[in-house]
Structures are given as C-alpha cells and as structure tokens.
Design a protein around this ligand. Structure first.
Ligand SMILES: *Cc1c(COP(=O)(O)O)cnc(C)c1O
Length: 485
C-alpha cells in the first residue's frame, strides 16, 4: 500500500473504532439512561414477582442479531428488560428465599462500575499495589473474623465453588499427593456436603480418591465419633486418610457440623481440615453465629461467599488457608514475560494464589460498601436473618398440619405438610409447585434422607419480618387449596 493511502486507512479505522469511546456528553447521557432503568427495577420491586416460571421471553433475544453499527440505548435496555429482567428467579426481591439468596447491596454495583472504569490490574502487586493491598486487607479482615492468624493467606474468587477447588488443590499439594496415591487417599465428608466439593475433587483430577461418607445425627450434623472410627478403620485397611470437609452451614438445612470436635480428630490424625462456610461463615459477625460456628479457626482452610453472606452481587467468593506457604506453593508459577514483576513481593499477589491471572478487581465491590456503611449494618442484617429464621420456624410449628425440621442452626428452615391422606412427598411436590407458580415468593425444595422438604432460606438483604409473615400466609393458603382440590 502506498504510504498516504496507508495513513488514510489507519485514520479511517481510528474514526470508526472511536465509537467505542463515547465522549463526556455521551457518557453522561448513557449513565442517565442506565440509572433510570436501574431505578425503575428497584422502585418497582414491591410489586414485582420473586419468581416467574412461564412466559419465556428470553428466546426473543435471538431475533436481535448484532448489527454492524449502533442501536439507541433505550431500545437496548427495552430488550434487556423484556428478555432478561422479567423471567426466572428475581434475585433482588425480598421474596427470594430459595436456594441461597444474598444481595446485592447497591454500593457494590457502584464498586463494580468503578472497577470497570479504572480497570486496575488486581492480579499482581506490581500491576496495582493499591488493588492488591485492598483485596488482601479484606482477606485479613475475614481471616480475623474466623479466627485465623494474620499470616494466613487467601484469595477472592468468583464464587464458593472455585474457592473450594483452590482449597482442595492446596490440600493435595500440601500432602504431595501424586496420581499413584489417589486411589488410596480418603476424603471424609457427610452426604450433606455441597456438590461443589465433589466437583472440585473431580476437577483436581482426584476422581479416584476414596469418598468416605460419615453418618450424621438427626440434625444432619457430622457424627464425630463416626469420623474417628472411619479414619482408624481406613488406616487399618492400608488407606491414607487425607482430607476432612466439614460444613459451616449446609445448603440443604443450614446445619453446622461440630467444627471444634472435627478439628481435634483431624489434628490427631494429621488429616487436612477444610471447612465449607460458603453459606454460613459470615454469621460469625454476629454473637449468636460466633457460638454456633465455634471452631472455624482450627481448620487448615475455609471457604466463604461474600456474594451470599455479605449480600454482594454474584461473582465474589473467598478461600482462606491458614498456612500461607501451602497456598503459595500450590499455585506459584513463573512466566518469562513477567520477569519485571519478580521483585515485588511486599504483598502476596492474587495471581500467585489461584488459577487465575488477569481478573476482575473484585475487592472493590466489597471494600466500597464496607467503607461507606461500616461493619455494623452487615452484622445487624445477619442477626436479623438468624432471628427471622427462628421466628419462621416457630410460626410454622404452630400451623396445623405442618411438620418442621430441626430448630435452625442458622437461617434455613425445612418443613413439609403432612396430609392426613395420600403420599406426603407427592403432596409437598404439589405444594412447592403451587408456591412457585404463584411467584410472589420463591422457595425451593430438597430431599434429605429420602424425605422431600421445602426450604426457606433467609439471606436476601431485602427479606424482613413482613416478608416472612407474607410467606407464612402464602404457604398456608396454597396447602389449603391443594388439600381441598
Ligand atoms: C453456594 C454454596 C457453594 C458454592 O458456592 P458458589 O458461590 O455458588 O460457587 C458451596 N458450598 C456451600 C455450602 C454453598 O452453600
């Protein structure tokens, strides 16, 4: 190409590519429109369903193929509203009490916005000392909360599943397990363990490891005497007890294993002790929770999920490892092109402690709200949820025909209706279906030891006393209509 044409081509490409960079006036107009859209979502929450099963508008997305040029923002947001924001679970509703709800708290959204605008590189201290210090500060705060020493290390992940995976890989490397050892290595957990533990083992290549299911008591908590005898029995049989996973709040029913007792057995038998606190660990910010969760600090590794227990939008989990060296050794690699970064070791870098390299600056969405509102409202919200669960458990126990599960350790209550005639499981399947079709609240169901239960999981930031009273009425009236039909 001749030089002048060459330059002309570059200039023309620049002109078009600059459409990706709106100027100040355009930015401000875009922000206004987005803000007004998000305000409508929040302001209409009171009347919005918590769940919309039918009317799947999302297929319409496929009609809007990407064009070569722009579309007006109003049109694009209308598509978003119709195709995405109006079906399925409404996670921002106070009526969302299915699975494990959470947030999001609004300042987190602003943290995400700022992180995306500044795009600080939080992977390595060299890239952004401030971003890395900010994240490590959050991790040290969490470590202090659960009772780990200052020297513990950790990583903010995309969620609890990846955090569990990181802990499993750390335990594997710390015990120097090689593939020839896997079929002899034993993992102890209960049937209540979250499936992300099994998925983590599989992802870590440990599908041949022996899973030893430890029996639970009538409150679905690990029987520590059984754990102890299982370990001794496996040792006698020439196996290698390697890892025990306890729950700081099961997803099914919120049950907390006897964490301190498990610690004693793990310690005595030199087994890596991991606690899955993705649902429950942040309740340690409350006085009630601290007692229930006693012993968390005695584990080797622990997972928490700020996008559950700290009401953040999806996309933030956390793993903590007591022995920082173990976490560092499991993930440290060196790339020749990153040689300039090698001397900057003042703070541990997230990319040295996880499989990720470039990553979302996900600490900002937690740091900002903590700085803006302080710790107290988080603790208050968590204590409110604990008390709401006790209140709901009481109210359901008083209702005719309903059977409630154990008094909640944390904020999940399981219950079912006992029809005097017909199959109890079938009745409750109908009941959960009716509640979901109604959609004003969203509950989910589970099966524990062969019994079908409906779960009330209270952890949405917007669930308050009125929502619980409302839920009781809905549950009662749906059960009555099924009984009469
Ligand atoms: C939610 C949950 C997980 C998985 O966490 P994600 O953030 O969804 O990946 C793991 N363990 C328990 C107990 C959970 O409740």
């Amino acid at each position: 190409m001749e030089k002048t044409t060459f330059i002309k081509t570059i200039k023309e490409l620049e002109r078009v590519s600059r459409m990706l960079e709106p100027d100040s006036e355009q930015r401000s107009a875009m922000v206004d429109t987005v803000l007004s859209y998000s305000e409508t979502l929040l302001e209409n929450l009171k009347d919005a369903p918590a769940f919309r099963l039918s009317g799947d508008n999302s297929l319409e997305l496929y009609k809007y193929l990407f064009s070569e040029g722009p579309r007006p923002i109003e049109d694009v947001l209308a598509i978003l509203n119709n195709c995405v924001d109006s079906s399925g679970v409404n996670p921002i509703s106070g009526g969302n009490m299915g699975y494990i709800p959470g947030g999001p708290i609004y300042p987190s959204a602003l943290g995400d916005f700022l992180a995306a605008v500044s795009n600080r590189y939080s992977g390595h201290f060299y890239g952004s000392p401030g971003a890395v210090r900010l994240e490590n500060m959050l991790l040290r705060w969490m470590a202090g909360m659960i009772g780990y020493p200052k020297q513990a290390a950790g990583n903010l992940t995309s969620g609890g599943s990846i955090a569990n995976l990181i802990a499993i890989v750390t335990a594997r490397e710390s015990y120097a397990l090689k593939s020839r050892d896997y079929h002899r290595s034993v993992v102890y957990l209960t049937e209540q363990a979250h499936h992300s533990i099994h998925k983590g083992l599989l992802t870590a290549g440990l599908q041949d490891a022996v899973i030893h299911l430890v029996p639970t008591d009538d409150k679905y908590r690990m029987l520590v005497s059984e754990l102890e005898s299982a370990i001794l029995q496996d040792e006698r049989n020439g196996l290698h007890p390697w890892l025990v996973v306890a729950n700081a709040g099961t997803t099914n029913s919120g049950a907390v294993d006897p964490l301190a007792d498990v610690a004693a057995v793990a310690d005595q038998n030199k087994v890596w002790y991991h606690i899955d606190g993705a649902y429950g660990a942040f309740f340690a910010l409350t006085e009630i929770g601290k007692k229930v969760l006693d012993g968390m600090g005695e584990s080797d590794s622990l997972v928490l999920d700020p996008h559950k227990g700290l009401f953040l939008p999806y996309g933030t989990g956390a793993v903590l490892v007591k022995n920082a060296r173990a976490l560092k050794d499991a993930f440290k690699f060196h790339a020749p092109y990153a040689q300039d970064t090698a001397h900057f070791e003042e703070e541990l870098s997230p990319s040295d402690l996880s499989p990720e390299l470039s990553r979302h600056f996900r600490g900002l969405r937690l740091w900002l709200p903590l700085m803006l509102v302080g710790k107290k409202p988080f603790a208050a919200a968590l204590e409110e949820k604990l008390l709401l669960a006790q209140y709901f458990h009481q109210r359901m126990a008083e209702l005719d025909g309903f059977i409630v599960g154990p008094k909640p350790d944390l904020s999940i209550v399981i219950f079912r209706y006992n029809p005097s005639r017909g199959d109890i499981n079938t009745f409750n399947q109908k009941l959960i279906q009716a509640i979901q079709e109604d959609g004003r609240i969203f509950l989910s169901s589970t099966t524990i030891k062969g019994e079908f239960f409906i779960r009330m999981a209270i952890l949405s930031i917007r669930t308050h006393l009125d929502d619980i009273d409302n839920a009781v009425e809905i549950i009662k009236s749906e059960a009555t209509s099924i009984k009469q039909s």
